[in-house]
Design a protein around this ligand. Structure first.
Ligand SMILES: Cc1cc2nc3c(=O)[nH]c(=O)nc-3n(C[C@H](O)[C@H](O)[C@H](O)COP(=O)(O)OP(=O)(O)OC[C@H]3O[C@@H](n4cnc5c(N)ncnc54)[C@H](O)[C@@H]3O)c2cc1C
Ligand code: FES
Length: 359
């Protein structure tokens, strides 16, 4: 009811708002709840790829952490009497999302946003392929509109395990020049994964940029295919986020900067969009990332636990491994910027000659 195709282009001053968002409509779409909120001031600030963080459980809830959701559509009010509208697509998953998806029209939820860095937009009119997995597809529709407004050709690939977990399949052709559907079980479209159809699609469309949002395993295979094809990929990751605003460091991922150095960076503020070839996939597996040994600030290897001959008389300080002074200047526990890297270096957007960071 509230999607406004031009909304994401109507931008106000950059910033983040905390508002009491009121549910104005809610409906079921397959396995998801499509929820429409009146969120004063937020839609005008939102860009494709950004997200919002919502409190869950009510004022006395033990569910302390906010939950993050991609902005599906953002529609600032254009006339007196209209409301600023945000559309989210939410999968009931566990207590927080179950509480949220059971909200009814008129209920109010505390919302912070827009958060994170948006998808960079190509300077040239290149051919773009947008790949969405499950509810991850929701993040790509406003991007598709922005890209087409720029004159880019847009090809949409929507995949999910089953037909009911596909999002947006019925409306994809309104947003893209071509739509490919895949399901793992073949209940709609081509049977298989999005990665099965992607190589041919990249060749056929002569793609210059691939954008993707979905599960980490899907993003990894998209990055790999794009790497082989020599195509830039811009991926919106969904790392677990405890605060969503850059404070807690739970969302860190190993990312290679423009200088070739790997740093652990916060996906909520430096991301969630990263270039696929900058993510250290060798240290991200099964939804968990580890600090690569060559990462700036990586822990110094521990002292061997086997007794060292003649070391009995040494005190603990003397037993500390050499190089602790290096740790004092490490990226651990500090925002990456202060460790000598800027956000743009980390995301690889501004330094990229194919895309521009519209931020
Ligand atoms: C940028 C982003 C965009 C997203 N977009 C969507 C979307 O559009 N639609 C959608 O349905 N879902 C989306 N998600 C996933 C959604 O946030 C989760 O499904 C939701 O938080 C689950 O909440 P829950 O209470 O139901 O689940 P639970 O698993 O009970 O709780 C999740 C909570 O635990 C925290 N948590 C879990 N593991 C860790 C950890 N290792 N460290 C710190 N905290 C942890 C999470 O941060 C979160 O607050 C998105 C996530 C991110 C990060
Ligand atoms: S979620 Fe807390 S720093 Fe990113």
């Amino acid at each position: 009811m509230s999607e406004n195709p031009t909304a994401v282009r109507e931008r106000g001053e950059p910033g983040v708002r905390q508002v009491q968002a009121r549910v104005v409509a809610t409906r079921t779409e397959g396995a998801y709840r499509y929820m429409t909120f009146a969120a004063p001031g937020v839609p005008a600030l939102a860009k494709p790829g950004q997200f919002v963080a919502l409190t869950v459980g009510g004022p006395t809830s033990a569910l302390l952490l906010r939950r993050s959701f991609s902005i599906h559509a953002a529609s600032p009010a254009t006339e007196e009497g209209e409301e600023d509208i945000l559309d989210l697509v939410i999968a009931p998953h566990a207590p927080g999302t179950e509480w949220l998806t059971s909200r009814e029209v008129g209920d109010v939820v505390d919302l912070v946003g827009p958060l994170g860095r948006a998808f960079p937009i190509p300077r040239e009119k290149v051919s773009c392929v947008l790949v969405g997995g499950g509810y991850g597809s929701a993040a790509l529709f406003s991007l598709a509109m922005t890209l087409r407004d720029r004159g880019c050709r847009v090809e949409l690939v929507l995949g999910a395990a089953t037909k009911d977990k596909l999002f947006g399949a019925y409306k994809g052709d309104r947003y893209a020049d071509g739509v490919t559907i895949t399901t793992d079980d073949g209940s709609l479209g081509t049977k298989g994964w999005v990665s099965d159809v992607l190589p041919d699609l990249l060749t056929r469309t002569e793609a210059g940029v691939v954008y993707a949002c979905g599960p980490m395993a899907m993003l990894e295979s998209v990055a790999g295919i794009c790497g082989q094809a020599g195509v830039v990929s811009q991926l919106a990751v969904e790392e677990s986020m405890a605060c969503g605003v850059g404070v807690c460091m739970t969302c860190v991922l190993p990312v290679v900067g423009n200088d070739g150095v790997t740093r652990m960076v916060r996906s909520c503020v430096e991301g969630p969009v990263f270039r696929g070839d900058r993510l250290r996939w060798d240290s991200i597996a099964g939804g968990r990332s580890v600090v690569p040994d060559d990462c700036l600030g990586a822990p110094v290897p521990a002292v061997p636990s086997t007794p060292v001959e003649g070391a009995e008389g040494l005190d603990r300080e003397a037993m500390e491994p050499a190089g602790r002074e290096d740790l004092a200047d490490s990226a651990v526990g500090r925002p990456p910027e202060t460790a000598g890297v800027t956000s743009s270096e980390v995301a690889g957007a501004e330094g990229d000659d194919t895309v521009e960071g519209e931020r």
